[in-house]
Design a binder for this molecule. Structure first.
Ligand code: ADP
Ligand code: ZN
Ligand code: ZN
Length: 750
C-alpha cells in the first residue's frame, strides 16, 4: 500500500503557520502544490485553502483530518507565488493566509486558465505589384473594400512578394473605419484569409505599434549606464529629476524584456497615475499590456489573473497589489516613484512594503528591479551610495527645459499687512492671474480634503469630535455633513453648540472644498475642478478629470496628493502649494523627507514642455531648512541632512523598526496590558524598546490604542529578534483576560 500523503495547507485565517491534513487515496493525483481544496477547520467551519506542500511526514498531533474535496487540481497558484507569500509572512510577521487573502481576487472562479484567442486577417497569398494593382482596380466599384485593403497594406508595410502578415481583425476594422461585413466580403472574394490565434503566442514583432521615441543623448547614456549596472547588480536606482524622461527610459527597458519573451511589472503608487501611463504603454506594446488595481470588480480581477497566467498580458501596469499576480517569467520590475508612501500597506495585514517585496519577488524570478524617483527615499539612496544597489542619474529635463522657479510667499507677513485674500497670498493670486491671462493652466495643492478640518463654538471653544475616535470631525459643505476621516462616521452640521447652546458656530481651517469655493469667487470666469478622494468615487472619475485637464477644459485644478505625483500636463505652468507648514510640522521622523518629496513632486508638474514653470509655496516660515532645500531643488542636501539626523537619533535606515499596536475597548485594561508587554520586551531587548505610548490618534472606532516601538540593530539578521517578539506577544495573548485585546505588528512601519 502506498504511504499516506499529507498536505500543508494555507487557510484564509489570521493565524501564523500552515495546517496539515491527510490526502485521501482518491485525491492522490489531484492534490498538488498550488491546487485549491476544501477542508474542515475548527468545530464548524469549512474553508477553501491552497496546498503549499505535499509530504509523507506524519504530524505529531493526534487527529489528522482528511481533505474534504478538491476544488481545482490544476495549480492555480505557482511555486513562486507560494514563495512570495511565505517570505511576506515571515518578514512581515503575519499569517500566510492573510497574504493569500490580499493576493487572491475573490472572483477567481478556480477554473483552469485558458489563453484568449482572437481573429486575425491577412492577405490569402503573396502578391507582386501587378496583381495587387489589379485587385485594387477590380475593387474600384467597392470603395469600402478598397479602402480596407489599402489600410491593411499600409499597416503591414506590404511590399511586393512579401509573406502576408496577419493583423488583428478588430484593429484593422478600427483603423480603416470599416464594418465587419466589408472584411467578410474581401474574405469571400478570396483576397483575405482569416485565422484564429491565441493571444499568448503573440510576439512583440506581430503587433503593429508605434516605434519607440528616440532618446536624447542624456537619456541614451543613462539607459546604457543602467544596462551596465544590471550586469553587476540586481537592483538599480534611477535618480532622475522630474520630467527628465524616466518614463521613456522605462519604455526602452520594457521593450528589451518583451523581445526576450519575458514579463514586466511596472508599479505606480496611485491609480490616478495609471490612466496617463497606460496610454503611453499601449501605444508601444498594444495588446500585451494589462492594468491592475483595486477599482476593478472581483470578476474583472480574475480575468486579468487569467491573462497574466496565460501570458496574454506580458506587461502589467499596476499598484502595489499587482505584485500578487501569477507571473511565471518576470524579467524586470519597475517601481516608479519608489519613495512614495502609498507603497506601504498599513492595514490590514499583510503590512507590507510593495517596493521591498518587489525586490524580493524579482529575485525569486532571477529578474531585475529598477527603482525610479526624482527624490528617492532615504533608505534606497542609502543603499545606492553603499553600493548595495546600482545608481544611475539623469539630471537634466527632457528638451533642456529649466526646472520651475520657486517663489516663497510669506503668509505670516501677508496676514500682518492684511494682504491675504481668504487663504491666498498676493504672490499666488498674481501668478494664477498671469497664467489665466496667457491661457495656461494652474494646479493648487492642499493635502486636506473637505471644506474645513474642524468647526468651533466661538463662545466657548467647543469642537465636535467623532463618537468613536479621538478625531475632530471635518466639515464637508457639499454633502452638508461632518465626517470622521478615520472611521467614516458622519453627522449633520450642528445648528448650536453642543456645550453652551450658542448659535455662534464657525468653520476653522480649510480643505480642498473650501479652496474650490473661494477660487471660483476670486476668478469667476475660470473653469475650476477638484480632484480628491471625495470627487473621485466613481470608477472612471480619475480618467475623466485628467482628460478634461489635458484637453484644457479646466483652467484651475485643485487637489490633494493625488495630483502631486507623476502626471504630465503640457500646458500647466503654475503650481501653488497652499500650506507647506502643516506637512513640515507633522510629528513623524519622516515628515521632513516627505515634505521635501511632496513639494519637489508637485512642483515637478509645472512647465514640463517648452516653458519654465513657476511654483508658489505659501509658508509662515520661509527660512525653514527644508524649504530652503526645495528652493534649490537640492536633493543631495536633503539626503545629507536626513542621514545625519537619522544616524544621530537611531532611525531607519540605521536601525530596523517594528511597531506593536495594542487595542482594547477598556482604557485601563489596555494600559495594564501594554505595560506588561512593555516590561516583558524590555527584559529581552533592553533599551531597544520604546513605549508604551499613546499614538497621535489615541482612539479609533471605540478602540483605545497604545504603541510600542522596537528598534533593532541593522547589522544582525532580524530573525531571532522577531521570534522573541512573537513569543512575548503570544505569552500576553494567553494571559488572563486578554481575549478582548487585539495586537498587531507592523514591520518597517514607515
Ligand atoms: P519623467 O518620467 O522623468 O517625469 P517623462 O518620461 O514623462 O519624464 O518625460 C517628460 C516629457 O518629455 C513627456 O511629455 C515625454 O513624452 C517627453 N519626452 C521624454 N523623452 C522624450 C523623447 N526621447 N522624445 C520625445 N519626447 C520625450
Ligand atoms: Zn471616527
Ligand atoms: Zn459653546
Amino acid at each position: 500500500m502506498a504511504e499516506t500523503l499529507y498536505a500543508d495547507i494555507i487557510l484564509p485565517v489570521a493565524v501564523m503557520g500552515r495546517f496539515t491534513y491527510s490526502v485521501p487515496a482518491r485525491f492522490r493525483d489531484l492534490v498538488v502544490p498550488g491546487a485549491s481544496v476544501l477542508v474542515k477547520f475548527g468545530k464548524k467551519s469549512t474553508y477553501t485553502g491552497v496546498v503549499a506542500a505535499i509530504h509523507t511526514k506524519r504530524p505529531s498531533f493526534e487527529t489528522i483530518r482528511d481533505i474534504e474535496d478538491v476544488v481545482v487540481s490544476s495549480p492555480l497558484i505557482n511555486e513562486r507565488q507560494l514563495s512570495l507569500w511565505k517570505w511576506m509572512s515571515s518578514y512581515y510577521l503575519c499569517g500566510e493566509g492573510e497574504v493569500m487573502k490580499a493576493a487572491l481576487p475573490s472572483g477567481l472562479n478556480y477554473g483552469s486558465f485558458r489563453p484568449r484567442s482572437e481573429t486575425f486577417i491577412a492577405l490569402s497569398r503573396p502578391h507582386d505589384d501587378e496583381s495587387l494593382n489589379s485587385i485594387l482596380d477590380r475593387l474600384a466599384r467597392a470603395p469600402k473594400q478598397q479602402e480596407l485593403l489599402a489600410t491593411y497594406l499600409r499597416m503591414t508595410g506590404y511590399t511586393a512578394g512579401m509573406e502576408p502578415v496577419p493583423v488583428r481583425k478588430a484593429h484593422l476594422l478600427k483603423e480603416s473605419g470599416s464594418s465587419p461585413a466589408t472584411a467578410d466580403a474581401l474574405v469571400a472574394r478570396g483576397v483575405f484569409e482569416v485565422s484564429s490565434r491565441e493571444v499568448s503566442r503573440l510576439e512583440l514583432s506581430q503587433l503593429d505599434c508605434e516605434p519607440l521615441k528616440i532618446l536624447s543623448k542624456a537619456q541614451d547614456e543613462t539607459l546604457h549606464k543602467i544596462g551596465t549596472l544590471f550586469r553587476e547588480k540586481d537592483v538599480v536606482l534611477l535618480h532622475g529629476i522630474t520630467s527628465s524622461g524616466k518614463t521613456e527610459i522605462y519604455i526602452h527597458l520594457i521593450e528589451e524584456q518583451l523581445k526576450k519573451g519575458k514579463q514586466v511589472l511596472y508599479m505606480l503608487p496611485e491609480i490616478a497615475l495609471t490612466t496617463q501611463i497606460i496610454l503611453r504603454l499601449k501605444r508601444h506594446f498594444g495588446e500585451l499590456t494589462g492594468i491592475y488595481h483595486s477599482r476593478f470588480s472581483e470578476p474583472e480581477k480574475a480575468e486579468i489573473w487569467k491573462h497574466v497566467a496565460g501570458m496574454g498580458y506580458r506587461l502589467i501596469l499596476g499598484v502595489r497589489s499587482s505584485l500578487f499576480l501569477p507571473f511565471s517569467n518576470l524579467g524586470l520590475i519597475i517601481v516608479d516613484e519608489e519613495h512614495d508612501s502609498s507603497y506601504k500597506q498599513h492595514d490590514p495585514a499583510p503590512r507590507y512594503h510593495a517596493r521591498d517585496s518587489a525586490i524580493m519577488l524579482a529575485s525569486m524570478h532571477g529578474a531585475l528591479t529598477l527603482l525610479g524617483s526624482a527624490s528617492p527615499s532615504v533608505e534606497s539612496y542609502n543603499n545606492a551610495i553603499r553600493e548595495k544597489y546600482g545608481l544611475a542619474a539623469l539630471s537634466e529635463r527632457y528638451g533642456l527645459i529649466k526646472l520651475p522657479e520657486i517663489i516663497l510667499a510669506n503668509t505670516r507677513e501677508a496676514y500682518r499687512k492684511k494682504l491675504m485674500v481668504s487663504h491666498f497670498t498676493p504672490e499666488l493670486l498674481e501668478a494664477v492671474d498671469d497664467a489665466l491671462g496667457r491661457e495656461e493652466q494652474v494646479i493648487l495643492f492642499r493635502n486636506r480634503r473637505g471644506f474645513s478640518p474642524y468647526i468651533e463654538c466661538s463662545d466657548c471653544g467647543w469642537i465636535p469630535v467623532c463618537i468613536q475616535c479621538s478625531v475632530n470631525l471635518t466639515y464637508h459643505k457639499s454633502a452638508g455633513r461632518m465626517v470622521c476621516h478615520y472611521c467614516g462616521y458622519s453627522t449633520g452640521m450642528p445648528h448650536k453648540c453642543g456645550n453652551c447652546g450658542s448659535a455662534g458656530i464657525v468653520t476653522k481651517g480649510y480643505g480642498t472644498e473650501k479652496i474650490e469655493d473661494e477660487i471660483k469667487i476670486i476668478f469667476p470666469s475660470a473653469r475650476v475642478a477638484r480632484m480628491d478622494q471625495d470627487s473621485t468615487r466613481g470608477r472612471n472619475s480619475f480618467t475623466r478629470i485628467i482628460k478634461a485637464f489635458e484637453e484644457r477644459r479646466i483652467d484651475i485644478l485643485i487637489g490633494t496628493q493625488m495630483i502631486s505625483k507623476g502626471l504630465d500636463f503640457e500646458n500647466l505652468t503654475v503650481v501653488g502649494i497652499l500650506n507647506a507648514d502643516n506637512m513640515l510640522n507633522f510629528p513623524d521622523f519622516r515628515a521632513h523627507e516627505r515634505s521635501f518629496q511632496m513639494m519637489e513632486q508637485v512642483s515637478g508638474r509645472a512647465g514640463r514642455r517648452q516653458k519654465q514653470g513657476r511654483v508658489i509655496i505659501q509658508t509662515s516660515d520661509p527660512a525653514n531648512r527644508i524649504i530652503r532645500l526645495v528652493l534649490r531643488h537640492d536633493y543631495a542636501g536633503l539626503f545629507r541632512l536626513q542621514s545625519e539626523e537619522r544616524e544621530a537619533f537611531n532611525y531607519p535606515p540605521f536601525c530596523r523598526m517594528i511597531r506593536i499596536t495594542l487595542r482594547h475597548r477598556d482604557k485601563s485594561m489596555l494600559n495594564d496590558f501594554a505595560a506588561v508587554l512593555g516590561n516583558d520586551l524590555r527584559a529581552i531587548f533592553g533599551k531597544r524598546v520604546l513605549g508604551p505610548e499613546s499614538p497621535l490618534i489615541g482612539q479609533v472606532q471605540l478602540w483605545y490604542l497604545k504603541t510600542i516601538i522596537l528598534k533593532i540593530e541593522k547589522d544582525k539578521p532580524p530573525v531571532r529578534a522577531k521570534e522573541l517578539l512573537m513569543e512575548a506577544i503570544e505569552r500576553l495573548e494567553h494571559a488572563k483576560g486578554a481575549s478582548s485585546l487585539r495586537i498587531s505588528v507592523d514591520v518597517d512601519p514607515y
